[in-house]
Write a protein that binds this ligand. Structure first.
Ligand SMILES: [Zn+2]
Length: 116
């Protein structure tokens, strides 16, 4: 599919903004590892009381799930940006059909078309 340059630029900017947002959120709850895009959830020490320990574990468990989700988002965004670079952006990974511009606008990291 030929995506008009100005639309592609708009989608790329969206992806870059989204990437920064996700990275910022990840930075709040996790520490980056040596591998780009890989993070480890931080365990915050609130206190040593039993109650405090329970909150720490609770917070850590919630952050663990959030971190996995954000890491997945970051990976999808990075892959979408790579597809823009190598010219395969906008094609469904599943059926190789073009993904509609409306869908890409709503979800620029989309890998598959609406039918898939
Ligand atoms: Zn498809």
């Amino acid at each position: 599919m030929i995506i008009q340059p100005e639309i592609l630029k708009e989608l790329k900017e969206k992806l870059l903004a989204e990437k920064n947002r996700v990275k910022e959120e990840l930075g709040r709850i996790a520490k980056p590892n040596k591998t780009e895009g890989d993070y480890t959830t931080s365990f915050s020490e609130i206190g040593t009381d039993e109650d405090e320990n329970a909150s720490e574990v609770e917070e850590y468990t919630a952050n663990l799930a959030l971190e996995a989700n954000l890491e997945k988002q970051l990976k999808e965004i990075t892959e979408a940006l790579e597809r823009i670079e190598n010219g395969t952006y906008g094609k469904c990974e599943n059926c190789a059909k073009d993904i509609s511009i409306e869908r890409l606008r709503a979800y620029p990291a989309a890998k598959t078309c609406l039918d898939c």
